[in-house]
Design a protein around this ligand. Structure first.
Ligand code: NAD
Length: 457
């Protein structure tokens, strides 16, 4: 079936107006929850087959986040749908004004492979809650999850509400030729540009959830034990294949040695002396990414870890030090279990280092000094800024999530995501009485005088 024919029933369904009611939206959310609840075993299996994720991690970072987003959305949907009353301005009186969220139509969701379930179905929650129909394009890099999503969506949803197109570049390219009402893309900066270029042909608005290098500053005021524990956890979740994983450490004087020792201890505590034997330590998604990552590990600069096994797609938790500025680990997004540590002479130098590069998706800093926190927050630009914690901002439905500059545009999660998939339409309603004739010709000098007083200037 051609892509246009696949989308036609969704467009027709949306045009009939059925998707607008609260009860329709609530029903779709319930269907999605049922899809997840009744297929957890198959979901865990697919995530294990594609990424070696254990059940606990798969629940915490994929299923659990979807359940939380579903619950939050269901709880607040009625209120979000109401929109809000606005002041129409004195010059419009008598009148009422509202900002009313209206569904966009048929939206396209393009997902990456690193959290292949959550990043395909998370945006779907908001798309449906906002009253849209959706096409999902899962990542071809995680084929078991992609096929499972396709099978389950076909089984649970009507094909004129949600449909899945599996495939890689040719299939996505064909989809991008269609006039969608919104494209929600999660993936790399390079493909983000392709998506935005294609969307411009139809003036389709885009949300781009991209990646990049998220820095993590350590200052002498940091609680180093906490920093080591939380950074090790956030870095080795999904073996570092997380868009908001700390990409590199900027260590102020007096912090590097304590961090390295604490970090190595935390990694051993979590995954043992040989993480390859730990069932809790995931694998790299495929050989292309494995080769890319291994080429970043220069044995002369390994402070910790460095081992790898191509047949098993295993790369050990690895800390790199004293790297030359031009090396791949410092110039490319790492997106794997490798963590470079860069020593900088001062907080100003750390801030300058960050500001000389593309705006990151997340910026982390471990410091207990409020003035340092304020300085970092004020003088840097990033999708989010998080102090004494990593990654946890992602799983927070009340915090909008998104990038800035090269790390993306638009936001997701909770109400922010509902708004992303809605047109926030200003509506003004006036009666036919109470006319102020000031605006009508023929104009008299007194009108201009009055207009001046009204507008100022
Ligand atoms: P990717 O850009 O390679 O692929 C994403 C999607 O685009 C896939 O579905 C893929 O099939 C499709 N695609 C790939 N090449 C294409 C092309 N030439 N034309 C059209 N479509 C194409 O990204 P990835 O490797 O799946 O994911 C890793 C990247 O995603 C990292 O940069 C990471 O930081 C980022 N990411 C961001 C977030 C976020 O929420 N901001 C979350 C996860 C991952």
């Amino acid at each position: 079936m051609s892509v246009a024919n696949l989308i036609a029933p969704l467009k027709a369904n949306f045009a009939r107006g059925a998707t607008r009611s609260y009860s329709w939206r609530k029903q779709q959310l319930e269907t999605l929850r049922q899809l997840l609840r009744e297929n957890e075993a198959a979901i865990f299996q697919a995530l294990s087959d594609d990424l070696g994720k254990c059940e606990t991690e798969a629940f915490a970072t994929e299923l659990g986040l979807l359940y939380a987003e579903l619950r939050h959305t269901k709880r607040h949907l009625k209120r979000w749908m109401r929109g809000k009353r606005l002041w129409p301005g004195l010059h419009n009186m008598p009148a009422t004004a509202r900002l009313t969220p209206q569904p966009l139509g048929v939206v396209l969701i393009i997902a990456p492979w690193n959290y292949p379930l959550m990043l395909a179905l998370g945006p779907l929650i908001s798309a449906l809650a906002a009253g849209n129909c959706a096409v999902i394009k899962p990542s071809e890099m995680t084929p078991n999850v992609s096929t499972l999503i396709s099978r389950l969506v076909t089984q649970y949803f009507s094909p004129d509400v949600v449909t899945v197109v599996e495939g890689a570049v040719p299939e996505t390219t064909a989809l991008l030729e269609q006039p969608f009402d919104h494209i929600f893309f999660t993936g790399s900066e390079g493909v983000g540009k392709i998506v935005m270029r294609a969307a411009s042909a139809h003036l389709t608005p885009v949300t781009l959830e991209l990646g990049g290098k998220s820095p993590c500053i350590l200052t002498p005021s940091a609680d180093m034990a906490t920093a080591a524990r939380r950074i090790a956890w956030g870095k080795y979740l999904n073996a570092g294949q997380t868009c908001v994983a700390p990409d590199y450490i900027l260590a102020l004087p007096g912090t590097a040695e304590a961090f390295k020792a604490g970090f190595a201890a935390e990694v051993r505590k979590a995954f043992g002396d040989d993480p390859a034997q730990s069932s809790d330590y995931p694998r790299i998604v495929g050989q292309r990414h494995f080769d890319r990552l291994v080429s970043m590990i220069d044995a002369d600069h390994v402070s910790f870890g460095g081992q790898s096994d191509r047949d098993d797609l295993y790369i050990a938790p690895t800390l790199l030090e004293n790297l030359p500025e031009s090396c791949l680990a410092l110039t490319e997004e790492i997106f794997g279990p490798i963590l470079p540590i860069i020593e900088v002479p001062s907080l100003d130098a750390a801030i300058s280092y960050i500001n000389a590069r593309a705006k990151p998706l997340a910026l982390y800093a471990f410091t207990t000094d409020k003035s340092e926190q304020d300085q970092i927050a004020a003088l840097t630009s990033s999708g989010s800024a998080v102090f004494n914690e990593v990654v946890m901002q992602f799983g927070t439905t009340s915090l909008p999530f998104g990038g800035v500059g090269a790390s993306g545009m638009g936001v997701s999660h909770g109400k922010a995501s509902f708004d992303t998939f809605s047109h926030m339409k200003p509506e003004m309603r006036k009666p036919n009485w109470g006319e102020v004739k000031l605006r009508y010709a023929p104009y008299k000098p007194a009108q201009l005088k009055l207009l001046r007083r009204f507008f100022g200037g």
